[in-house]
Design a protein around this ligand. Structure first.
Ligand SMILES: Nc1ncnc2c1ncn2[C@@H]1O[C@H](COP(=O)(O)OP(=O)(O)OP(=O)(O)O)[C@@H](O)[C@H]1O
Ligand SMILES: [Mg+2]
Length: 353
């Protein structure tokens, strides 16, 4: 039995449907990451799971039990928000013990529990400080500690690291991965950060406009996206998409000088298709397949992203190890790894296989 189940979950706000029937099963101990564009319903879904928001339709079960008539405090969930929302007048220890105090747990037991969680989060030395005397990362750890002391069945994280600087994010990301191993809890995690999603998740759920587009392991989604949206959403820089024309076992690509590439597609034999290939599957080579104009170059040090424009006006990004592939305005000869190309239906946007 799954630890957490969402069954036909819908949400309407004043007649507008923002969640259109979500079905999802999460096993005990899984780390599930929700990704999707702003406004697609990620926070709403978390809020419904922890009971801060009612369901318009469907059911949510935790440990097989319906949560429909269970109050937020009785669900065994704990939510960590982007804004840490700590009590400024309380010390770190008091902030972490607050929910236990409300439940009437004796002082000695509260102390013991806080000390145990502080050790896991390396907050031992900071227990007497007030939130204003802590760095952003330390505050975030206190907010996480406050959730852990409640021993929740399911942790809900809504973009918990987005207020932190780049270095702290990396540090906290590793700490969260370690924490997940150490406390063996189910975690649902919302993020806009691709690296967080790819590295933390056992399973990624891609949402768009209140619907699940695809669920899978990070590499399944990267290597085997089911449609144009998922293919374009997972991976940085995004996958390149060009118009193509399917004829028998070949796809002709006008933007690449009518280059013909082999295509094993069973569901369609002719007509328009969308060809997708990732920026690192293009190389700049003498062994030219096509020549495109260089618009601009983004040099990141280790890799360079070159933005090229075809005669058709279509654009692609090429990822190379070299710092420069040419001069802006000039032509660049490229070749793509033919076996890596994916094909999609331009109308339904679904993957063609
Ligand atoms: N209380 C509310 N009343 C009306 N509409 C709401 C309410 N809360 C959220 N919405 C709408 O529901 C949709 C989903 O919002 P939600 O906050 O879940 O998005 P999100 O995926 O978390 O976005 P973001 O990445 O920007 O945080 C949005 O269109 C939003 O405007
Ligand atoms: Mg949100």
């Amino acid at each position: 039995m799954a630890n957490l189940e969402l069954i036909g979950v819908e949400k309407n706000y004043a007649g507008t449907r923002v969640i259109h029937g979500i079905d999802l099963e999460v096993e005990h101990g899984e780390f599930v990451v929700f990704v999707g564009p702003s406004g697609c319903g990620k926070s709403t879904a978390l809020r419904m799971i922890c009971g801060l928001e009612t369901l318009s339709k469907g059911d949510i079960r935790i440990g097989g039990k319906s949560m429909r008539n269970i109050s937020p405090s009785k669900r065994g969930t704990a939510m960590v928000f982007q804004s840490y929302a700590l009590y400024p007048h309380m010390s770190v220890a008091e902030n972490m013990a607050f929910s236990m105090r409300m439940e009437g747990i004796p002082k000695a037991e509260r102390r013991k529990k806080v000390a145990e969680v502080a050790r896991i989060l390396q907050l031992d030395e900071l227990l007497d400080r007030k939130p204003k005397e802590l760095s952003g990362g330390q505050r975030q750890r206190v907010a996480i500690g406050r959730a852990i002391v409640r021993k929740p069945e399911v942790f809900l994280f809504d973009e918990p690291l987005s207020n932190l600087d780049a270095e702290l994010r990396v540090q906290m990301r590793m700490e969260l991965a370690r924490l997940h191993k150490e406390i063996d809890a189910t975690m649902i995690y919302v993020t806009h950060d691709q690296v967080e999603a790819m590295t933390l998740a056992d399973k990624i759920v891609v949402l768009r406009a209140g619907r699940i587009e695809q669920v899978g392991t990070p590499l399944e989604l990267y290597e085997n996206p089911c449609n144009v949206f998922v293919a374009g959403f997972i991976g940085t820089p995004s996958m390149n998409f060009l118009d193509g024309v399917l004829d028998g076992g070949k796809v002709r690509i006008p933007a690449l000088g009518n280059l013909e590439i082999p295509a094993e597609i069973n569901s369609k034999s002719s007509g328009d298709v969308v060809v997708g290939f990732r920026p690192h599957h293009v190389s700049v080579t003498e062994d030219t397949q096509a020549s495109l104009s260089l618009d601009l170059t983004e040099q990141l040090g280790g890799v360079t992203y070159s933005h090229l424009v075809a005669a058709t006006g279509e654009r692609i990004i090429v990822e190379t190890r070299e710092n420069t592939v040419g001069t802006p305005g000039g032509n660049v000869a490229i070749a793509i790894e033919l076996g890596k190309a994916m094909f999609f239906d331009p109308v339904s946007q679904e993957r063609l296989r």
